[in-house]
Design a protein around this ligand. Structure first.
Ligand SMILES: [Zn+2]
Length: 314
């Protein structure tokens, strides 16, 4: 997630996002010392926040897993193993980022392609690599959205969808250098967008929805200002309808992220992210920062916005 452009926005906006929006469960509730509760899946469109949280827990237990590290191979094994256990068709996109600041790095995107009779594709994405910082396990930054995408995969692979749905777990989103300076970031999403452009499949992608940092206990998701307005509208209006209007707010934030790889190729794309957290890119991004309820809210919005999305792009 971007440092440079955000910092400008942050001057005006970043100080305020710690305000509590935790409505339904009581404002300001401290993180429970034990396993925090998640809303029942029946109340969130079948999306199980507790299952999503368990994935985050497992990914954190792997330890740091930045691109090219030993840890990331264990993260890949975990993600692929879980997806296969759900009956998802899994593909691995292996590639090299030849000129990173640390040299050539072997990377892997993990893809799920759920077929349907309709060729139009809805693509969900999350990065799963953690930032290359000592002792950084990235519970929120990579873990939370990866857990959400895994749980989404469990639901979507088990049913017939009106459109083709793909899920992409991106490697190499994080910059190797501490600061986010192009092109040292979004290696995996740029690779996928490029390979889809080559194969001709990119034009079938009618919507790309990215999730990233969807774990904090008091989330505030602002409309990412570079994202495609109609797509953001569908997500945010669904959230409002479900009663999450104080979580998905109408303020704007400018965040560079994996969705830029698709926006830059004219694919409608949106990003759900709360980057405005004090532990961002520090070793304090630990499991206690992730709330299963926020994972459930995010998943609920993704699942419930799908019918409208399908109508829009069919
Ligand atoms: Zn990050």
């Amino acid at each position: 997630m971007l440092f440079a452009a955000l910092s400008l926005v942050c001057l005006a906006a970043c100080g305020r996002s710690a305000t509590s929006e935790s409505g339904a469960q009581g404002a300001g509730a401290p993180q429970a010392a034990t396993f925090p509760p998640a809303p029942a899946a029946e109340t969130t469109g079948g999306f199980d926040g507790a299952r999503a949280y368990k994935h985050v827990e497992q990914l954190v237990a792997i330890g740091p897993h930045s691109a090219g590290s030993d840890g990331i191979r264990r993260a890949q094994d975990y993600i692929i193993g879980q997806l296969k256990s759900f009956g998802c068709p899994v593909e691995e996109e292996n590639f090299h980022a030849p000129s990173t600041p640390v040299g050539d790095v072997a990377m892997k995107n993990v893809l799920v392609k759920i077929p349907s009779a309709n060729p139009n594709i809805i693509l969900y994405g999350s990065h799963y690599d953690t930032k290359r910082i000592p002792n950084f396990v990235g519970a929120d930054d990579a873990g939370s959205s990866t857990g959400v995408l895994l749980e989404l995969a469990r639901l979507l692979c088990a049913r017939k969808n009106a459109e083709t749905v793909w899920l992409a777990f991106f490697d190499g989103e994080e910059a190797f250098n501490f600061n986010w300076v192009n092109p040292d970031n979004t290696y995996g999403s740029r690779e996928l967008a490029a390979s889809l452009a080559l194969s001709g499949d990119l034009r079938r992608v009618k919507a790309m929805i990215l999730v990233d940092m969807v774990g904090p206990a008091n989330p505030v998701f602002k409309r990412e200002s570079n994202s495609t307005p109609w797509l953001t509208d569908i997500l945010w209006s669904t959230a409002a309808r479900l009663g999450y209007g104080k979580v998905f707010i109408n303020e704007l934030a400018d965040v560079s992220d994996d969705h830029f790889s698709f926006l830059n190729r004219d694919i409608p794309s949106a990003d759900i992210i709360d980057i405005d957290v004090p532990y961002w890119h520090t070793a304090q991004d630990t499991l206690d920062k992730v709330d299963p309820r926020t994972l459930a809210i995010t998943g609920h919005v993704l699942i419930e916005s799908l019918p409208e999305l399908e109508k829009k792009i069919k």
